[in-house]
Design a protein around this ligand. Structure first.
Ligand SMILES: NC(=O)c1ccc[n+]([C@@H]2O[C@H](COP(=O)([O-])OP(=O)(O)OC[C@H]3O[C@@H](n4cnc5c(N)ncnc54)[C@H](O)[C@@H]3O)[C@@H](O)[C@H]2O)c1
Length: 346
């Protein structure tokens, strides 16, 4: 297939790009190269036949018109977004601009292209979203595809809005869309402002490891390679107009996750052991959702997909990757806001 991937220089998008190229797909990677992007993430495929990079913004209608006309993709995989909840608390405007207006602009461009092509049934607009649109769970229960939306942060509200636009473009205009909502990802090339890289890099540097609140918040962690596999499954085999919840069935409280990483650091970078002495509880994020958990039955039953990596194994690979790739993360640590506490609220 010829895939137009938006946000392909980010964390998950670059995993999709690398795996799509390896699977023999042609890929056009459209990315604005914001603070969260890094072209090193896709350096391994930069010279691959069938791979093209276009620097551009999904809010630029004229540019999108040219990209669709020049490349005539079989499918769009839309990952470009502002993605950091803490930044959305300090500056929600960028999240509305990119996640809502950007998705609207991309939908319109895709729809015009699809109309010009004679509305092919096989075309797909795959919107990549998050489980955060479903809000916060108590101690029990799981999100299914039928769970009502209840977003609580500017980030999740902007993603929820974009999900609604995507489904509206299907019901109103017939655009063949698929939607997926995934739990927290982790793995190589994770931008160093997110929890798991922060823990690894602070432990390595002997700096305090910040844990929000009492560390009781529970997330369902999925190794990024498994998410990229799931996304390539959904875009090729997903049913039009359907949504798919993707999760790792790897729930962990933040404090337990942090302790697991500290244990791995004790083993793999023993000079600073014990690393859990660095754990520091800090003021919680306002509106911090307590628990997310995905019921992945539809992905398992209809697609035969399941995660290949346990949390223990995925964390081990991730720690190894950060220890082996200082050049990658050192270059990103000077970027605006990285290493600072963001999203404390008023
Ligand atoms: N990270 C997670 O745990 C997670 C979980 C579920 C879903 N998601 C969703 O997956 C997608 C990718 O997440 P990520 O963690 O890789 O994000 P990321 O922040 O690492 O990457 C986002 C990419 O989008 C690009 N981008 C931002 N604004 C753009 C614009 N206006 N035009 C073009 N490109 C733009 C950035 O340059 C960057 O390369 C997002 O839509 C996110 O909501 C993320």
């Amino acid at each position: 297939m010829k895939l137009l991937v938006t946000g392909g220089a980010g964390f998950i998008g670059s995993a999709v790009v690398r795996q799509a190229v390896a699977a023999g797909h042609q890929v056009i990677n459209l990315d604005a190269l914001t603070y969260a992007a890094c072209l090193d993430n896709v350096a391994s495929v930069a010279d691959a036949p069938g791979y093209t990079f276009v620097q551009g913004d999904i809010r630029d209608s004229a540019l999108l018109e040219t990209v669709f006309a020049d490349h005539a993709p079989d499918a769009v995989m839309h990952l470009a977004a502002e993605s950091h909840v803490d930044r959305s608390i300090d500056g929600p405007g960028a999240f509305i601009d990119t996640n809502v207006i950007g998705t609207y602009t991309l939908l319109q461009a895709a729809r015009r292209f699809w109309d010009r092509q004679g509305r092919p049934e096989a075309f797909r607009f795959h919107h990549i979203s998050t489980d955060e649109v479903f809000g916060s769970l108590g101690a029990t229960g799981q999100f299914t595809e039928d769970t009502a939306y209840d977003p609580r942060s500017p980030y999740s509200a902007s993603k929820a809005a974009s999900d609604h636009l995507v489904m509206a473009w299907h019901h109103t205009y017939g655009l063949p869309v698929v939607l997926s909502n995934c739990s927290n990802n982790y793995g190589p090339y994770h931008f160093p402002e997110k929890l798991i890289p922060v823990v690894i890099l602070n432990a390595l540097a002997g700096r305090p490891i910040p844990v929000y609140g009492a560390g009781e918040n529970v997330r369902d962690w999925l190794y990024v390679k498994d998410h990229a596999d799931a996304l390539l499954t959904v875009v090729t085999r997903g049913a039009v107009g359907r949504s798919y919840n993707i999760g790792g069935e790897n729930e962990a409280r933040n404090i337990d996750l942090v302790r697991m990483i500290c244990d791995l650091m004790d083993e793999m970078a023993p000079a600073g052991a014990p690393h859990d002495r660095l754990i520091t509880f800090v003021t919680d994020r306002p509106g911090h959702d307590l628990r997310y958990a995905i019921n992945p039955a539809r992905m398992r039953g209809e697609m035969g997909w399941r995660p290949s990596v346990t949390l223990e194994e995925g964390l081990r690979r991730t720690v190894r990757w950060y220890l082996d790739n200082p050049n990658w993360w050192q270059a990103l640590q000077d970027r605006d806001g990285v290493g600072q506490r963001l999203g404390v609220g008023p």
